[in-house]
Design a protein around this ligand. Structure first.
Ligand SMILES: Nc1ncnc2c1ncn2[C@@H]1O[C@H](COP(=O)(O)OP(=O)(O)O)[C@@H](O)[C@H]1O
Ligand SMILES: [Mg+2]
Length: 237
């Protein structure tokens, strides 16, 4: 587990005196998608924010290929190869698609060519190349989500974290987002996918953890995707 691309062990996070994440442990290997599902307020976003250093861990550890990220700044964690696609996308609406992508390049680790990095994400999301000179604010929700994922990918992360990427998207765009995640998994990225769409996530991910009230309750595999009763029981436990 310590050699996994990303490992979270016995993670504890609290806001003041209120615990939000309580003893959470899981790992994501290269070429894996691990799902994290659970009701609102379960601690999913907090887990992601602790991994990227936006909130401090009160206990436990996060390791990247066995190396502890404890005490690292968000900038240093990004440069080490961990990228977050935040909830709500957080794009610069007044900037063009291409300008948003160039900001993503700033977090890049290697000095590979910017043109190659852009060409790669344009191959994944052709609509972004077509609209490269449009303002991000003028794009549809689905196009904005593609841009948010592309902005994370141009930095060439080894670990990609996504916070509810399908929120508010039409079903066909959800299909596109999920099939793109399968494609980039196959290139060797380690992906941690936080979602509300439980069934879709369980079907896609190699493993899915159910989080409730800050604690992991259950681990599901694609074979469980049809068994929603079991998932709901886990939520209510
Ligand atoms: N900045 C914050 N300050 C205080 N409490 C917070 C903050 N962010 C989240 N919380 C609380 O922590 C718990 C977990 O929230 P969160 O991680 O956002 O859950 P999820 O993403 O699963 O909906 C909730 O009880 C929420 O109210
Ligand atoms: Mg959340």
């Amino acid at each position: 587990m310590s050699d996994s691309a990303l490992a979270v062990s016995e993670l504890e996070v609290a806001y003041g005196a209120v615990p939000a994440v309580r003893g959470v442990s899981f790992a994501v290997g290269e070429g894996e998608i691990v799902g994290l599902i659970g009701p609102n307020g379960a601690g999913k976003s907090t887990t992601l924010h602790a991994i990227v250093g936006l909130v401090p861990a009160r206990g436990g550890d996060v390791t990247l290929r066995g190396r502890s990220l404890r005490g690292w700044s968000p900038e240093r964690i990004a440069r080490a190869g961990v990228a977050l696609v935040p909830e709500g996308r957080r794009l610069f609406a007044e900037l063009t698609v291409e300008e948003n992508l160039r900001l993503g390049l700033a977090a890049r680790r290697e000095n590979g060519s910017a043109r190659d990095a852009l060409a790669e994400v344009f191959a994944l999301f052709p609509v972004l190349e077509e609209f490269r000179r449009r303002h991000a604010g003028a794009l549809s929700g689905g196009q904005q989500q593609q841009l948010a994922i592309a902005r994370a990918l141009v930095a060439k992360p080894s670990v990609l974290l996504l916070d509810e990427p399908s929120l508010g998207l039409a079903p066909t765009i959800v299909d596109l987002v999920f099939s793109t995640l399968a494609q980039i998994r196959d290139r060797g990225l380690a992906i941690l996918l936080v979602e509300q769409r439980a069934q879709r996530t369980v079907a896609l991910a190699d493993r899915t953890h159910v989080l409730a009230n800050g604690e992991l309750r259950l681990e599901l595999t694609p074979r469980d995707a049809g068994d929603t009763d079991r998932m709901i029981a886990a939520y209510l436990a």
